[in-house]
Design a protein around this ligand. Sequence first.
Ligand code: PEP
Length: 249
Amino acid sequence: MRKQIVAGNWKMNNGLIQTKSLIVELKQQTKTSNAEVMIAPTFTNLWHAFEATRQDDIEVIAQNMHFAENGAYTGEISAGMLKSLGIQTVILGHSERRAYYNETDEALAKKVSTALENEMRVIFCFGEELSDRKAGKQEDVVKSQLVNALCHLKAQDFKHIVLAYEPVWAIGTGETATPDQAQEMHAFIRNLFRDRYNDEVAENLSILYGGSVKPSNAKEIFSKPDVDGGLIGGASLKAEDFYAIVNAF
Ligand code: PEP
């Protein structure tokens, strides 16, 4: 049985005071679905968030990490540093990291390996640009992102990998892939892993959709058979909206 996951990517939002109050509000919400709930505050607030949710059904995760274990990488954070706070899961490959910080497939392959060597779980993001979709190349683009960054892994490594398909044209734009577009791509991705690995890897892989998911569209998107949850940006900054999405399963 695949895990259903709803993860909130807070991006570069919320200082310590806002983080404290949003967590208080999140803790007041009721979860009626079986989805695993995760929040990804900025690095400086991870420790507070981790401590404040220790007793709750909320996992605090990181938005990024470096591929090196340590060293002269000013401004960067390692897997070991995250683990030392109790953080077990990291988002890698977000399109904003790819676009603004030149994260390449090659660097992401190294980050994924480092995360797994440190016994972390990875939420791996990928997705096509609008121009790719207009040219009908979305499957080729997604396939190359996945193959280049993940296909050096062994079948058993995929127990620690969650995929997040995030078409770049749908992130923060208010424009969402239709539930059918999401399903079509998720089925393509699952079959890619069936071909490259086996049925077990494909069937156990949780594939999240991300891109302008809101309380008003979550239910329809999550009703699709190959959509196992969501990576939520803007709507994760409001406790009520976030839990309306969590409870849309
Ligand atoms: C994201 O950044 O991962 C995301 C999906 O953002 P939004 O929900 O705001 O489109």
